[in-house]
Design a protein around this ligand. Structure first.
Ligand SMILES: Nc1ncnc2c1ncn2[C@@H]1O[C@H](COP(=O)(O)OP(=O)(O)O)[C@@H](O)[C@H]1O
Ligand SMILES: [Mg+2]
Length: 509
C-alpha cells in the first residue's frame, strides 16, 4: 500500500501546527499594527493642539499690536517651516468664510463643513478627518474677545475668528504601512523557518522510525520471522518496536511448535496408515477361516445332545468365536471405513433397530432402556446402517458401564442449528437432531475423558478400544458432532448432533 503524502501523520501534524502558528502570529501582528496606528494618531493630534495654541498666542500678540497684515505672513511662514502642517486658516465665526490662510487662494472661500460643524458644536479638542483619502489631525479653536481687544472690537463680539489647524497624517501613515510590511515579512520568514523545523523534526521523530517499522513489518509479512527492529528511540515508537519484537518472538516460537507438531502428526499418520493396512490385511485373512470355524462350531453345537458334558465347552468356543468375529469387523470398519450411503431415514426406526438387538443383553444385566423420541421428527439424510452401528456402540458401552443394574435413557429431539454454531461449529443447516444416551453407570474419570475417542483406548479386558473412534468418524462424516459429559460414579451422557441437510455433506478425502 502506497501512502499519499497528504494522508501521512507527519503532513497532518505539520499542517495543523503551521495553521495554528499562522493564526496566532497574524493576531499578534494585527493588534501590534493597530496599537502603533493609535499611538501615531494620538501624537499627531497632540501636535495639532500644540500648534493651534502656539499660533493663537502669536496671532493675539500681532493683533494687539494692530499688525493684522503680519498674521497672513505668520500663517504662510509657519506652514513652510513645518511640512506636516497642511492647512492653517482663520475663518469668520458668523458665516464660515476664510479670512486668512497659509494658502492665499483660499481666502474668501467657505470653510469645510466638518470644521464648521465642530466649531458650531463647540468641540475644541483635536479630531481626525479623512479628506479625499488623506487623513488629517485637525483642531478648530475659537479666538475669543478679551478686554485688551475692546478698543478695536466691541465687547458683545464673543469670538473674533476661528483658527483651523490641520496636521497631515501621511508621514505617520507611511510609517504605519512600513511597520505593517515589516511585521508581515517577519511573519512570512517565521513561517518558513517553522515549516523547515517541522519538516526536519517530523522526518527524524516520525517518518524515520515509521519507515524502519514498516520495513520490518513487510519482511515479517513476507514470511521471514528472523528479523527484529533495532531500538529506534525511547518514545512511543521505541515502545511499539519493543512490543512488535516480542510479538514476532511469540510468532516464531508458535511457528516452530507448529512445525514440530506437524512433523509428529505426519509421522503418526503414516504410522497409522501402515498400521491400518497391516490390520486390514490380517483381518481379511482371518475373516474367511473364522466364518468357516463359526459355521462348523454352530453345526457341532446344534448336533450335540443337551446332556452331553462337552456341550458347555463347545458353547464357550462359540462365544469366543463370536467375539473374534466382532473384533475382526471392528478392525475392518476402523482400518477400511466405507463411504456412507445416504438415504432419507426415520431416525426412530434406526434407534428401534439398534436397541432391538440389545434388549436381551440389557435384561440380563438388569438395565432398563428408556426410549423417548420427539413426535413429528422429519426424515434425515444419513447412512442408516452406519447410524445403527453408532447407536449400538454407544448403548453397549452404557450397558457395560452398569454392573448392578440401572437405566439408559435415549432421547431424540430437534433444535435450531444457530444455537450450536458457536459451541460445536455446526453450520449450513436450519435444524439439528440431538440424540442423547444417558446412563447411570460408573462414569468416566476426568483424565480418561479426552482419550476415549482415540483408537485402541480401552479400559476393558475384552475391548478393542475402537467403538467410540468409529462412532466419531461416522458422525463427523455426516457433518455432525459427538460430545460426552461424565463424572466418576455419576453416570455419563453421550450426545450425538446430526445436521438436517437436503444434500449429503462432501468431505475432502
Ligand atoms: N457409557 C460409558 N460409561 C463409562 N465408560 C465408558 C462409557 N462409554 C465408553 N466408556 C469408556 O471408553 C472406553 C472406550 O470405549 P470404546 O471406544 O467403545 O472401546 P471399548 O468399548 O472397546 O473399550 C471404554 O473402554 C470405557 O472405559
Ligand atoms: Mg465400546
Amino acid at each position: 500500500m502506497k501512502l499519499k503524502v497528504f494522508e501521512s501523520i507527519r503532513f497532518k501534524l505539520t499542517f495543523i501546527a503551521l495553521v495554528a502558528v499562522f493564526v496566532i502570529t497574524l493576531l499578534i501582528v494585527y493588534s501590534d499594527v493597530k496599537d502603533t496606528e493609535h499611538r501615531l494618531i494620538a501624537t499627531q493630534k497632540e501636535k495639532a493642539a500644540l500648534m493651534s495654541d502656539m499660533l493663537k498666542q502669536s496671532i493675539m500678540l500681532l493683533m494687539l499690536e494692530n499688525r493684522w497684515k503680519d498674521v497672513q505672513d505668520l500663517l504662510e511662514d509657519i506652514t513652510k517651516a513645518n511640512p506636516e502642517l497642511d492647512e492653517v486658516r482663520i475663518f469668520h465665526p458668523l458665516n464660515g468664510k476664510i479670512i486668512a490662510s497659509a494658502d492665499i487662494k483660499d481666502i474668501g472661500k467657505q470653510i469645510y463643513h466638518e470644521d464648521w460643524n465642530k466649531f458650531v458644536n463647540q468641540r475644541n479638542e483635536p479630531f481626525v478627518i479623512n479628506k479625499k483619502g488623506t487623513i488629517f489631525a485637525t483642531r478648530v479653536s475659537p479666538i475669543l474677545n478679551k478686554p485688551a481687544c475692546y478698543k478695536c472690537h466691541p465687547p458683545n463680539h464673543k469670538v473674533l475668528g476661528v483658527l483651523d489647524v490641520e496636521v497631515s497624517l501621511s508621514v505617520a501613515h507611511k510609517s504605519i504601512v512600513e511597520a505593517t510590511y515589516r511585521h508581515f515579512l517577519g511573519l512570512a520568514l517565521g513561517f518558513v523557518i517553522i515549516t523547515v523545523i517541522f519538516i526536519i523534526v517530523g522526518e527524524r521523530l516520525i517518518s524515520l522510525p515509521l519507515r524502519k517499522l514498516t520495513g520490518v513489518m513487510q519482511t515479517v509479512e513476507g514470511g521471514d520471522l528472523s528479523v527484529r527492529i533495532k531500538k529506534i528511540s525511547g518514545d512511543e515508537f521505541g515502545y511499539l518496536s519493543h512490543s512488535f519484537n516480542k510479538m514476532i518472538d511469540a510468532l516464531q516460537s508458535a511457528q516452530q511448535n507448529l512445525e514440530i507438531c506437524h512433523i509428529q502428526q505426519m509421522e503418526q499418520t503414516s504410522k497409522l496408515a501402515s498400521l491400518g493396512q497391516i490390520v486390514s490385511g490380517i483381518a481379511h485373512e482371518i475373516k474367511n477361516p473364522l466364518a468357516g470355524i463359526s459355521c462348523a462350531v454352530q453345526v457341532f453345537h446344534a448336533e450335540m445332545k443337551n446332556d452331553d458334558p462337552q456341550k458347555e465347552v463347545v458353547s464357550e468356543v462359540l462365544n469366543q468365536v463370536t467375539r473374534l468375529d466382532k473384533i475382526v469387523k471392528d478392525l475392518l470398519s476402523y482400518a477400511k471405513p466405507k463411504a456412507p450411503r445416504y438415504i432419507h431415514t426415520k431416525i426412530s426406526e434406526v434407534l428401534d433397530r439398534a436397541l432391538f438387538f440389545l434388549y436381551p443383553e440389557a435384561r440380563k444385566l438388569n438395565v432398563k432402556i428408556d426410549l423417548k423420541i420427539q413426535e413429528d421428527l422429519p426424515d434425515i439424510l444419513v447412512d442408516p446402517d452406519q447410524m445403527q452401528q453408532v447407536f449400538m456402540n454407544i448403548t453397549v458401552n452404557a450397558l457395560h458401564a452398569m454392573h448392578s443394574g440401572g437405566t439408559v435413557s435415549v432421547h431424540a429431539s430437534e433444535t435450531e442449528c444457530s444455537k450450536l454454531k458457536d459451541t460445536l461449529g455446526i453450520t449450513g443447516c436450519d435444524k439439528v437432531f440431538v440424540i442423547s444416551f444417558h446412563d447411570t453407570g460408573q462414569g468416566i474419570a476426568p483424565e480418561d475423558l479426552e482419550k476415549i475417542f482415540e483408537p485402541f483406548f480401552t479400559k476393558k479386558t475384552v475391548g478393542t478400544g475402537l467403538g467410540l473412534s468409529i462412532c466419531k468418524r461416522i458422525i463427523e462424516e455426516h457433518g455432525g458432532r459427538i460430545t460426552v459429559s461424565s463424572a466418576l460414579g455419576d453416570g455419563s451422557v453421550f450426545t450425538v448432533y446430526l445436521p438436517v441437510r437436503n444434500t449429503p455433506l462432501k468431505i475432502n478425502p
